[in-house]
Design a protein around this ligand. Structure first.
Ligand code: F6P
Length: 357
């Protein structure tokens, strides 16, 4: 049994833990009859034949180590059919290298774009298994992705820590949270960190409502307010723009991101001091949390089982307490967003959190 591994797209905390799960599962099932090949820097390694043969020791002591020992890169799906600068056909090159190495299976640890490419390779006849990676939790077909909970913990810790300084100075604080175009990370970190106002892309905000919520808190004698703002949050006005118009507006904006724009608007209307904190890539850094270690181990081991069963063209997924497999073609290109009418939003609102709408 010859199996290739690659990690693609933005990294996260539990990539090594997941590869360890697959590898340990494979070594248990196949003993010495398995060879694992690690492609360097994601699909780039598969395209250009950069790989290394892994040893069982490579998968020991990595459960707690963030990042990815194989390296990663972004190979956008929209350019996958465009030849590279030297005229190399990327899909053909990947199929060629897979066959040259006589692989029986390829495990792709990736998010949305990476799994679209995985689906493409599966349609080219390769035996592919996807593993759902991303701190954004925006992958269709799985309740949760590995990396997400670790990032929630980091963003929530940032919000926790802001409380004392916000209270001391009686300031408004904004913590800008990653998550790309969806609000899962901000929503969960905001609730866990006790944010007063949470802004997510799925619920376009009205600046007047935000100001009202802060003013209301001030009236109640609360000296500070904390906002968790998703990097993809949008005002009602911006949400009404076309994609092109919005992009143009963003590029021309005086503010580096939406959090700074909201801060300036609050400051102008309330005259209160507003500070912005951006934990940024720390949300993808450090060790995976315990929850992710368990999830990654289970997803990885299940991928090994699927290889044994010869079940390919699927992504391993978490469904409630179960680990399942879902066809790649069912999930490729679909985004899992927060439903503004979901229970979690209703419950958060009941506890007094404002979504600025
Ligand atoms: O998809 C993961 C993510 O961290 C997003 O939350 C964020 O928008 C993006 O990647 C940042 O990308 P990069 O690391 O390329 O700056």
């Amino acid at each position: 049994m010859r199996v290739g591994f690659l990690t693609s797209g933005g990294d996260c905390q539990a990539l090594n833990a997941t590869m360890r799960g697959i590898a340990k599962g494979l070594y248990t099932i196949y003993g010495n009859d398995v060879e694992i090949f690690g492609f360097e820097d994601g699909y780039r390694g598969l395209i250009y034949g950069d790989y290394r043969k892994m040893k069982p020791e490579d998968f020991s002591g990595i459960l707690t180590i963030g990042g990815t020992m194989l390296g990663t890169s972004r190979t956008p799906f929209k350019y996958i059919d465009e030849p590279d600068e030297n005229g190399v056909n990327k899909v053909e090159a990947m199929v060629f290298n897979y066959k040259k190495l006589r692989l029986d299976a390829l495990c792709v640890l990736g998010g949305n774009g990476s799994l679209k490419t995985a689906n493409r390779l599966s349609k080219e006849g390769l035996n592919v298994i996807g593993l759902p990676k991303t701190i954004d939790n925006d992958l269709w077909g799985t309740d949760i992705t590995f990396g997400f909970q670790s990032a929630v913990n980091i963003a929530a810790k940032a919000i926790d820590d802001i409380h004392t300084t916000a209270a001391s100075h009686g300031r408004v604080f904004i913590v800008e949270v990653m998550g790309h175009k969806v609000g899962w990370l901000t929503l969960n970190a905001g609730i866990a960190g006790g944010a007063d106002i949470i802004l997510i892309p799925e619920i376009p905000y009205d600046i007047n409502k935000i100001v009202e919520a802060i003013a209301e808190r001030n009236k109640e004698g609360k000296r500070f307010s904390i906002l968790a703002v998703a990097e993809g949050a949008m005002s009602k006005e911006d949400a009404a723009l076309s994609k092109k118009e919005f992009k143009k507006k963003r590029l021309a904006s005086a503010y580096p991101s939406v959090a700074y724009e909201v801060a300036a608007e609050i400051q102008a209307r309330l005259g209160s001091e507003v500070r912005v904190t951006v934990p940024g890539h720390t949300q993808r850094g450090g060790a995976p949390c315990h929850f992710d270690r368990v999830l990654s181990t289970r997803l990885g081991a299940e991928a090994a089982s699927l290889i044994k069963e010869g079940k390919f063209g699927v992504m391993v997924a978490a469904e409630g307490q179960k680990i399942t497999a879902i066809p790649l073609e069912e999930i490729a290109g679909k985004l899992k967003t927060v439903d503004p009418k979901s229970d979690i939003i209703r419950q958060a609102k009941l506890t007094g959190i404002s979504f600025g709408n």
